[in-house]
Design a binder for this molecule. Structure first.
Ligand code: FAD
Length: 392
């Protein structure tokens, strides 16, 4: 297999009976398997459990919905319409376990198991950085073996990794994948956080990519230093702006085999942009955020139908629902600057890197652009966006 196809899920390392594979970061900070050749007995289990070496699944009977969580507090903490929180709440009420990406105290994004309702907030919200999986697949297998229900969420390659690791169906497992642009490295994110803290004379204690507080549902983020919350304009921030333009992803993201409608999970969630197309035909609170939800399997259908008391939903055709979401049709295109950024990261400080290679707008230019945008009515802007995203 070409190394650039490796998605870093670590299914190989977790499947190795001799524990001779460990996941280690490369110079860019992305995790890849490292094999101790002396200990390897060439049993081939690592290849058998590699998601990138499996045949793709076909999903001919998919259904699509716009979804909004009925619990306003949960919805406020969610990146989009809180579809994930509604799914997770149902599982926790039945004494199950929910697995997903959380920030550690040091703001490293790691997959963890949540078993108490009061901890669910840790998994809520998008963290636009590669999440460290560690031995999470093994932990999930143990919980499933106890007969308890598990909801596992993550990027599609992480779900494909879990499926390949388990290599059999479990009735007590539901999987949810995200419509996904791609993920930057944890090392880049760590260097950025350090720089952000130094700029503000403090350590960054909390970071939120999608903060609905300042201006409602959108891409605005925030960070907290010494108890003070500062709002982040994504287009004026070097890490966020380059993430949105797809300049800092793992190599495998640009050739992602899950960036299409044949999803590896039972359910797929993403942002649903473009509700203005349906004005007068729905009663969602638009400003609070809306999720796109795809039901990909029979199991997904059962779980979604069980949510009727927790969400408001509206059915759409799959084409209509996904039209504004380019990464459900194709991977992000790899820009030439991607390799330059990671090469320069090896020698430059983050401050030099952001000045010279992580392009972002000045707040003044952003205001000019926003003013120009306001001259075009929302409905036309939404239609243009949907068209552009699809073609990109
Ligand atoms: C890296 C990344 C890229 C994305 N790209 C797109 C996109 O192109 N188009 C689109 O419509 N939506 C995208 N999303 C999804 C979107 O941001 C929302 O997460 C999604 O709409 C679900 O929102 P929610 O309100 O239902 O739940 P939320 O509570 O906001 O979502 C939480 C869920 O996201 C998972 N999660 C958060 N961060 C990570 C991570 N780093 N790795 C793995 N899982 C994570 C959690 O485990 C949990 O399941 C992306 C998310 C991530 C993390």
């Amino acid at each position: 297999m070409d190394k650039n196809d490796c998605c870093g899920c670590g299914s190989c390392a977790q499947s190795c009976p001799k524990q001779c594979i460990r996941m280690a970061p490369n110079q860019e900070g992305f995790f890849y398997p490292q094999i101790d050749r002396d200990a390897c007995v060439e049993c081939g289990l690592c290849q058998k459990h590699c998601p990138q070496m499996q045949e793709p699944i076909r999903r001919p009977l998919q259904k699509a919905y716009i979804v909004q969580c009925g619990d306003v507090d949960r919805l406020a903490k969610s990146a989009s319409g809180g579809a994930f929180a509604a799914l997770a709440t149902g599982v926790l009420e039945r004494n199950g376990a929910v697995v997903g990406a959380a920030f550690s105290d040091a703001l490293v994004v790691t997959h963890v198991v949540v078993e108490r309702m009061e901890d669910l907030h840790k998994l809520q919200g998008s963290k636009y950085v590669a999440s460290f999986l560690g031995d999470i697949y093994g932990q999930v297998k143990s919980i499933l073996a106890e007969g308890r229900e598990v909801l596992f969420s993550g990027t599609p390659c992480q779900i494909a990794g879990l499926n390949a690791f388990l290599s059999k169906k479990y009735d007590n497992l539901t999987t949810v994948d995200l419509a996904c642009h791609g993920t930057p490295s944890a090392q880049l994110f760590g260097a950025y956080l350090k720089w952000l803290g130094e700029k503000h004379g403090e350590v960054v204690e909390k970071y939120c990519f999608r903060d609905k507080g300042p201006s409602g549902w959108g891409m605005v983020g925030s960070f907290t230093c010494n108890g003070t919350v500062t709002t982040l304009n994504p287009f004026c921030d070097p890490y966020y702006a380059t993430f949105l333009r797809g300049e800092t992803y793992r190599k495998s993201c640009y050739r992602c085999k899950y960036a299409n409608l044949d999803r590896p999970a039972d359910l797929t969630i993403g942002d649903f942009w473009g509700i203005s197309q349906y004005s007068g035909k729905h009663d969602f609170s638009e400003k609070l955020g809306l999720s796109l939800l795809l039901v990909n399997t029979e199991k997904g259908r059962e779980v979604f139908e069980g949510l009727s008391d927790k969400v408001k939903s509206m059915g759409l055709s799959v084409d209509e629902a996904c039209a504004g979401n380019g990464n459900l049709y194709h991977p992000t295109k790899e820009p030439a600057i991607r390799d330059v950024i990671y090469k320069k990261m090896e020698t430059l400080s983050f401050d030099e890197l952001q000045k010279n290679y992580l392009a972002h707008e000045s707040p003044f230019m952003w205001r000019v652009r926003r003013f120009r945008r306001k001259l075009i009515p929302r409905k036309i802007r939404d239609s243009l966006n949907r068209l552009l995203w699809r073609k990109r």
